[in-house]
Design a protein around this ligand. Structure first.
Ligand code: ADP
Ligand code: MG
Length: 299
């Protein structure tokens, strides 16, 4: 059973710095107040409250079809809340422009696709939005230089320099995902929305991509909203969890949300959160195949 106070059990070098209280006392990067989602005449979820501070990482978890992507789209401003209030970087969703980066739910690249990784990253740039005020033609060359520097920086940031000039179709799933994350990062957003970026990666790549995003989140004080099926690879980095299920939504700290009591209430049937021999958490009795969660927060 999971009810103990929890602390990340990860290698010391990976343990994130504790947050300062000032991170949470400033205007939240994302704020939901009694927000509800309704699509096609059906209420997906309701009464969700959430505050996400600068440099914080939240996971949106739950089975297929419960409205995880809809929550991300609400933060983007493409789906309006049915009720309640949603603010992103202090504004109505959709108004924060470049300050929000977005990686949609995964689509795969054809292995024969010849476009290079670096060109995929470049698609994330929109020169018109951040040109420096210099006279023409100095402005053009300065802008090109700035674009080139940003591309180089972001490709280094995601450790993709070794394969960024290869055709994206020839890159592995993990490499493609790093390049796509670079595309979402290239305009240096304050908020990064990632919809199932770990989907279709094997476990070791899931851990590596999660660590990459967690590290950038901490180092650059960028806030992250990540939709995931399995909280296991991201648990060491999480500050908040939003768990959506048929029976409702629970939002809070991971150790408050992923418990027998909370998940039983959410699913509406008896669900147990057990600790496996390897220290991971296993959710048993959920209507879908059991979700597995890490216990790296447990002490
Ligand atoms: N624009 C829409 N109109 C009608 N139904 C929708 C629309 N968008 C999503 N849905 C439905 O809402 C439910 C939740 O979708 P989604 O947010 O994509 O779920 P998840 O990401 O959790 O799998 C699904 O049943 C989906 O078919
Ligand atoms: Mg989805």
């Amino acid at each position: 059973m999971v009810s103990k106070a929890v602390r990340p059990r990860v290698p010391a070098a990976q343990v994130p710095e504790p947050r300062s209280e000032s991170d949470r006392s400033q205007t939240p990067v994302v704020s939901l107040r009694r927000a509800s989602a309704r699509v096609g005449g059906r209420t997906l979820w309701s009464d969700v409250d959430l505050d996400l501070g600068a440099g914080e990482f939240v996971a949106v978890l739950g089975p297929n079809g419960v409205g995880k992507s809809t929550l991300v789209k609400m933060l983007l401003g493409t789906v309006a809340p049915a009720s309640g209030e949603v603010r992103v970087l202090g504004e109505q969703p959709g108004r924060a422009g470049d300050r929000v980066g977005y990686l949609p739910q995964r689509r795969s690249f054809d292995t024969s696709l010849r476009i290079r990784g670096i060109d995929v990253v470049r698609l994330g740039l929109d020169g018109d939005r951040w040109g420096v005020p210099l006279p023409w033609p100095a402005r053009l060359s300065a802008r090109r230089r700035q674009q080139r520097d940003r591309l180089t920086d972001v490709i280094e940031l995601v450790d993709a320099s070794g394969y960024a000039h290869r055709p994206i179709g020839a890159c592995s799933g993990g490499e493609q995902q790093r390049l796509l994350i670079a595309q979402a990062l290239v305009r240096q957003p304050q908020l990064l929305l990632l919809d199932e970026p770990l989907d279709s990666l094997d476990l070791s790549h899931q851990g590596a991509v999660a660590a990459l995003v967690g590290r950038i989140c901490r180092e650059r004080r960028m806030s992250v909203v990540m939709v995931a099926h399995d909280v296991n690879p991201i648990l060491p980095w999480l500050d908040r969890v939003v768990y959506i299920a048929e029976g409702g939504v629970a939002a809070g700290r991971p150790e408050e949300v992923i418990t027998t009591q909370t998940l039983t209430r959410l699913y509406g049937v008896p669900v147990e959160v057990l600790r496996a021999g390897d220290g991971r958490l296993v959710v048993v009795g959920a209507p879908e195949p059991p979700a597995r969660h890490s216990d790296r927060h447990a002490s």
